[in-house]
Write a protein of this length. Structure first.
Lengths: 160, 299
């Protein structure tokens, strides 16, 4: 299955070049090294857990009922994964990396999908809106300090 | 003269024919790990990989041309695709039509990345993809496989493979540890023990992690722990290559990744523990494996 020896040499040299450049990027941070997608991919393999938040964060969704009252929407059923993964997914990193406009468009899309799915579940919200909440950390659990006046909210999107 | 010595060493390191046992053991361990990893997602397939859930593909659906209807698919299609994917992983693991199964699994894994996994955007997902591709093309099914049993009547029989895939995988693990360690030397968040204390009560913190922070230990404890982590990660890529220190570093790596899994609920890097087999001499692994399986013959 492996290609001829000549090509194997090329593969080795390309691999060493890409991995070496990615390794160099971890130290020097020259953006030019990450212009090639394979290098981005290679660097991505050696870049876990680079920092931490001094606050806890999560997405908050609210739906407006027929009386005009905003109610919290439980997002847990839509993210049937571990809490860490669920919150990472709700960050929409790939879209945030493209800039604020792309991130807001993605959150608006998320809100639209949520409106539709909630309707299927029997919750006929007139409108759905999303916020990004942050609150202090606590050794008593991730949500322990998630209450007023400790929560800071950033508006993300509202549909329709 | 120097060049010919270098060329001989280069070829010996990268291309010599070797027994496939380290690759085969890696195939079984890695395949089993993937079966567990993806198996846990089976009940959530409609929510994670179909229009039944909140799906934001990496690119707008229309950019996928004729495949647009798969971004996202209906629940039925999603279940069918996942069944194919899971069956491919199973065949890959047992070494039955491994190359085709591995390629199918790889393509579908890339699809899942673009459909949904990019939102999680993790290092280990990338590492899984790389490992799956290299193993698929490696001849890792030349022993301890359904293929070996079918061709030679004994799953323990083998035929040699190039050492190249084993070297690529071992070097990648080396680069991962080295890259992670080098970044920690200068990343601002890794210059004190704060990152450890915050992480243990952060989004990934397990109950055990929460409990440790609730003891109100002095910050110096976390400072020292972070320094030890950095020193260990920096030494790890070298320690694994040196035969004398290899077992110590393997034990250290096992302890390190188990600790992360227990304190931070990040268990996916546990797959690196069986991957340490790739640092061993293939002939040595063959001898030990065959002795263990009660087969002393060469093929």
């Amino acid at each position: 299955m492996l290609p001829p020896r000549f090509l194997q040499h090329i593969i080795v040299l390309c691999y060493l070049l890409i991995a070496g450049a990615s390794l160099l990027f971890t130290v020097l941070r020259f953006p030019i090294l990450l212009r090639i997608p394979l290098m981005t991919f290679s660097y991505g393999m050696m870049a876990p857990y680079q920092g931490f938040n001094r606050s806890n964060v999560d997405l908050r969704a609210e739906g407006q009922d027929e009386r005009g009252v905003w109610q919290r929407i439980d997002l847990a059923p839509y993210y049937p994964v571990e809490v860490g993964e669920a919150i990472a997914r709700r960050h929409l990193f790939a879209f945030r990396a493209q800039g604020d406009d792309a991130a807001r468009a993605a959150y608006a899309d998320l809100a639209r999908q949520l409106l539709i799915h909630e309707s299927v579940q029997g919750y006929h919200w007139r409108r759905v809106r999303l916020f990004w909440d942050s609150w202090p950390v606590s050794a008593y659990g991730y949500e322990a300090m998630r209450h007023a006046p400790l929560v800071t909210s950033v508006f993300l999107a509202e549909v329709p | 003269m120097i060049f010919s010595v270098f060329q001989r060493q280069w070829n010996h390191f990268w291309f010599r024919p070797v027994p496939p046992h380290p690759l085969a053991l890696m195939r079984i361990a890695f395949g089993s790990f993937l079966l567990l990893y993806w198996g846990l997602k089976i009940p959530q397939v409609p929510m994670l990989f179909s229009g039944h859930g909140l799906i934001l593909p990496l690119f707008p659906a229309h950019e996928f041309g004729p495949l647009a209807s798969l971004f996202p698919p209906t629940v039925t299609i999603a279940c069918i695709l996942f069944a194919i994917f899971y069956a491919s992983l199973l065949l890959f693991t047992v070494g039955f039509g491994m190359r085709i199964a591995g390629i199918v699994a790889f393509i579908l894994n890339v699809y899942y990345w673009m459909l949904s996994l990019h939102l999680f955007n993790t290092s280990f997902e990338r590492l899984f993809l790389f490992t799956l591709l290299v193993l698929t093309l490696s001849g890792a099914d030349r022993t301890l496989s359904f293929r070996a049993w079918r061709e030679k009547g004994d799953a323990r029989s083998f035929s040699p493979v190039s050492i190249l895939p084993q070297r690529l995988l071992a070097l990648q693990i080396t680069f991962v540890y080295l890259g992670v360690a080098l970044q920690k030397l200068w990343l601002p968040d890794w210059q004190s023990g704060e990152i450890l204390s915050y992480s243990l009560v952060g989004v990934w913190g397990s109950r055990a992690g929460n409990w440790i922070v609730a003891r109100n230990l002095p910050l110096a404890v976390f400072d020292v722990s972070v320094s030890l982590i950095k020193a260990f990660e920096l030494a790890m890529p070298f320690g694994l290559w040196v035969p004398r220190s290899r077992l110590w570093f393997m034990a250290g790596g096992a302890l390190f990744h188990t600790g992360i899994a227990l304190l931070l609920d990040i268990w996916w890097f546990l797959v690196l523990i069986p991957a340490y087999i790739l640092f061993f001499d293939p002939e040595d692994v063959r001898l030990r494996t065959q002795r263990w399986l009660g087969k002393e013959n060469n093929n």
